[in-house]
Structure formats: C-alpha cells, structure tokens
Design a protein around this ligand. Sequence first.
Ligand code: C5P
Length: 291
Amino acid sequence: MKLHVKAPAKINLTLDVLHKRSDGYHELEMVMTTVDLADRLELTLLEEDRIIVHSESRFVPSGERNLAYQAADMLKRELNIRKGVEISIEKHIPVAAGLAGGSSDAAAVLRGLNKLWNLRLSLHELAEIGAKIGSDVPFCVYGGTALAKGRGEIITPLPPPPSCWVILAKLPIGVSTAEVYENLSLDKIEHPNTEIMVEAIKNNDYFTMCQNVGNVLENVTLMRYPEVADIKEDMLRFGADAALMSGSGPTVYALARHDSRMHRIYNGLRGFCRQVYAVRILGKGEEWGDS
Ligand code: C5P
C-alpha cells in the first residue's frame, strides 16, 4: 500500500519573541501561512518493523537525523507500533532556509502514517507528537494559516490571508536557527504588532497586512548577512508591497497583489539570485492534495 503526501513550505507574516524561557527556548508569537511550494513524499507500507528514508536530494539528511524519520520513529514508539514504512522524499523546498521544509516533511509523515497505519489520531494528537520533533511541526500538521504561540506549538487556526503573490528568494547560505536565537538581544528591538496582523487577516485587509509584516530575527540574520538585507531592499525597489525574512532566514519574500508586479519582482531578482520562486498563499484545504 502506497500514499502520496504534499508537504508545503510556510512563511512568517510575523515572528515576535517575547522573552527567553527557563527551558532555553524562546516564548514566541507568530502568524504563519502555507504557500504552494511543496516537497512530495511517497510512503510505502512495510510489514517488517523498520523505517527507511531516502531522497535524491543531497541536501536531505539521511537516517535518524532526518525529521521525517524522527516523525515515523516517534509515532512507532508512542503508540507501540510494529509495522514499518519506506519514505521517499522529492525535495523542492530549500533546506535550512526559514521555510520549515524539514518540519513540513515530518508533519506530512505524521498525517500520512495516521492513514497508512490506520491510527485514527486527531490533528491535535498528531500536533502534540509533532511538538516533540520540532517547534514548527505542530503548525505544519494543521497547515493553512495560524497564530502560533508558546514555543510555536500552541496553534490557533486563522482564515486564509488576502490573496496575493509571494516571491521567495533564497541566497546560497544555510542558517542555523539555534545560532540565530542565541545571538538575539531583546533590548531595543522593534516588535511586530501580532494583534493587528490577526485582525488584518480576519478582515481580508491586504493593505494592513502588508504594513504589519515583521520578524524580530531579522535583527540577527540581516546584520550577519548584509546580502540578505540587500535582497529585501531590491524587492521593495522592484515594487513589492511588503518584503520580509521568513523564520530565521535566509529566505526573504515579497508580497505583490498584481501579476505584472509579481513578474517585475521575479524577473528582477532572477538577474542575480538563482533560487527565486513565485508562489501563491494556499487557501483552506488546498495544501495537502493527498492521494
Ligand atoms: O524546536 P526546534 O528544534 O525546531 O528549534 C531549533 C532551535 O531553535 C532550538 O534548539 C532553539 O535553540 C531555537 N528555538 C528557540 N525558541 C523557540 C524555537 C526554537 O530558542 N521557540
């Protein structure tokens, strides 16, 4: 028995850090949404008790370091399952980019195995298991658009944001999320207004959404990699309605409402950045396409 699952990338419309917690993690408030740039996973049921993960992409870690492997392993251990799975990952989301590619693969494995192993777990239960793998996994289990709090695992679903183009640009730099958080100083930083962003989404107000994108981790990554800040400026120069870094970076994205503006930004960036994608924000239920 085989199952095909899509694992979409996410972007942060906001990312705010409230304080550092005693467990070493940071208390967050983020508004995230899924976009139609996705990895594709094939899950094949194995009667023998083992997990195999492979990918043609050299950027995908093999074996136990892979979050998709960890997701299957965690489900097996939590529920004492003796079946196995072979997972094949077709990678399209850039790795170590701030787009939650690995977390989305893990979430897709949780959702897929829920069907393949006939587990009948709720999304809430899958997200709880996902939180043990990584902070972004619970959001990826739900998909769509959501407000995430706590370490990232407390999810409140939101309606889809106003429809627009998202032009993603990823420079050939890999950023370590742990290092970015370690180097964040919470003194004198400007915080995004999460509440206004949530209201803008609920009111389908594109202008207010664009005015209120914000990510405090830019304070670390843009300082360290000025070329990422340059791309953001270029996006605005090419006519983006908003431009922001996603997650801990280095991917930056531009928002554009009209096709002509999207083409101008996309073509402008393609002149000097190899990894550029023009994608849409996904509406409710559009993200999975499981078969
Ligand atoms: O949870 P995850 O393994 O994805 O997080 C990667 C790293 O990012 C953590 O080890 C931690 O250093 C940092 N992090 C944090 N606060 C969060 C989420 C992540 O400090 N809320």
